[in-house]
Design a protein. Structure first.
Length: 57
């Protein structure tokens, strides 16, 4: 592969992506949320809320 030079904006976004993916990974491990292939956003949010409530108890 050819080396591609990244401008400052792309480098910044690449660093932020690493942080966001790390946080998502920690949340998935802590709340045991698996990728369940939801068919709608509302079902996904419902599943996340259900897991958060269960974690609180």
């Amino acid at each position: 592969m050819k080396k591609v030079l990244l401008d400052a904006g792309r480098k910044y976004l690449l660093k932020k992506r690493f942080v966001i993916e790390t946080i998502f990974d920690q949340l998935k491990n802590k709340l045991t949320i698996d990728h369940t292939r939801h068919r709608s956003v509302s079902n996904f949010l419902l599943n996340v809320m259900r897991r958060l409530v269960a974690y609180q108890f």
